[in-house]
Design a protein around this ligand. Sequence first.
Ligand SMILES: Nc1ncnc2c1ncn2[C@@H]1O[C@H](COP(=O)(O)OP(=O)(O)OP(=O)(O)O)[C@@H](O)[C@H]1O
Length: 495
Amino acid sequence: MQDVHDLALMLERHTPILVIETHEEPRALDLLTRLAIKRGAALQQWTLTDGLRRLGFGEEPGLEQSEVPERALLHIKQQQQGGIFVFCDLHPFIAEPQIVRLLKDIALQHMHAGKTLVLLSHRLEVPDELMRLSARFQLQLPNEQQLMTLVQEEARRYAAHSGTRVKTDEPTLKRLVANLRGLTYSDARRLIRGAIVDDGAITAEDVPEVSRAKLQLMDMDGVMGFEYDTARFGDVAGLDSMKQWLQQRQQAFLEADTDLRPKGMLLFGVQGSGKSLAAKAVAGSWGVPLLRLDMGALYNKFFGETERNLREALQLAELMSPCVVWIDEIEKALAGDSQDSGVSQRLLGTLLTWLAERKQPVFVVATANNIHALPPELMRKGRLDEIFFVDLPDASVREAIFRIHLGKRGHDADAVDLGVLAAATEGFSGAEIEQVVVAAWYASAEAGKTMTTEPLLTTQQLVAAANATQPLSVTMAEQLQRLRLWAAGRAVSAN
Ligand SMILES: Nc1ncnc2c1ncn2[C@@H]1O[C@H](COP(=O)(O)OP(=O)(O)OP(=O)(O)O)[C@@H](O)[C@H]1O
C-alpha cells in the first residue's frame, strides 16, 4: 500500500513530529499500526477519554491513565523506551506553552531515543516553534479506479442484502465516480451507499445530490454553495454574442488540455439585466454543476483566514470539476478600502494565481454591477478570457423576454401584441419586464376575484403594469451612462 510506504519513508527521514490532518482517524491508526508492526516499533495512542495506551501488540490498559495531555507527554518524555506516540485529540491544546515545550523536548530526544510523535486530528495549526521539527503527511485519496471498486463493493453488498441487482448505466456511473473525486474512502462509501439505498439504482438524479453532499462534507457550506437551479441558453433572451462565444468554447472546456481550456468571463451591467441568469445558463447548457462562491461569506465566516479559505474553496472547485464557479458581485470582495488592511488585495492575488495555475476544467463566471470598483489587474487581458457588458435589452429582445416569462406562467404569448409591449417597456431590464408580467397577473387575478383559475392576460393589462413601473434606467440614468462609456472599447457587448 502506497500510504504505508510513504509513511515509512518519512520516518526514515527522521522527522520527529508527523502531523496528519484527516477525518479518517481509524484508517490513519490502521496504517500506523501496520507500520509499527513492520518496523517492530512500539505504538502508543493518547486520547482525551482513554489517556495513553498501547496499540498494535495487544492492549495494555493503565499505562498512563491521564486524560490530561501534559501528564501523558511528561510520561513519554521521561520513559526510556522509543516508539511511535499518536496523539488524537491534541488540537484544542496545541497552542498551550507547556504542551509546546513538552512536544519540543520529546522531539529533541528523537535522534537518540527513537521517539516519534504523530499528531492526528481533523485540523491542526502547528505552532511556529514546532514547524522545523514537524512534517505533514497526507493520506491518499482514492483514485477513480478505486472509487469504481467501492461502487462495485457497495452494489454487491446491496444485492446480497436485498436480493436485487443495482440498476444503473455506464455514463451515469462514470459521472458519479468523477463527482466522488477528492473524498476520503469512508465519505465516498457513505455517499455511494446513500445513492443506492433509496431506490436500488444509481440514476442521473443521484449525481447532483452527491455533488451537494460532497460540498457539505468539505465544510465549505455557506462559502461555496451548490446551485440546483441552473438554466439553459433558451431561458435567456438576447445576449446572442455571449451565447455564441460560449458555444464556441464548450468543447474546448470539456476536452482540451490545460493551456487551451477557457478560464472564464466577467459579466457586468445594470441590475436585473440577466447576468446571474446567464451564469446559470452556462452550467445548465454545458451540463456541468454550478457552484456559487459567496465572497461576502468568506469575509464573515472565517474572519482572519480569508485568503486561506478562498484558496481552499478554489481547490474544492477543482475537485468538483468539470464545473462552473459563479462569483456573484465580485466587486464587493475585491474593491477594498482603507479599513480592510490589504485583505482584498491578497484575495485578488490568490484568485489571479489560481486562475493562472489551475489544472482542472473550472470555468469562472464573475458578475459585477459596479465595474468602477474592480481592480484593474483583474481586467487585464489574459486573466479572464473576456469581459462582457450586458446592456438593456433592445425591442426585439424585450419581445423575447415577454415571450419567455408569459410562457413560463402558462400564457400564450401569441395572444398579446408583443410589439406594443416592447414599445411600452423601452429602458426596462429583463427583471423589470418579468415583474410587469407578475404585476399584471396579480392585477388580473384581482379583477377576476380568483387566484385559483389562471387569468388570461391582455396586452392592455400588461401595458398598464408597465406604465405603473419606473425603470431603474430612468432613476439611474447617470450610472448607466458611465457604464456604457467605460464599456466602449474595453468590453465586448454581450447583446
Ligand atoms: N435576458 C433575459 N431573458 C430572460 N429573463 C431575464 C433576462 N434578463 C433578466 N431576466 C429575468 O430577470 C431575473 C433577474 O435577472 P438576474 O438576476 O439574472 O439579473 P442580474 O443582472 O444578475 O441582476 P443583479 O445584478 O441585480 O443580480 C432573471 O431570473 C430572469 O427571470
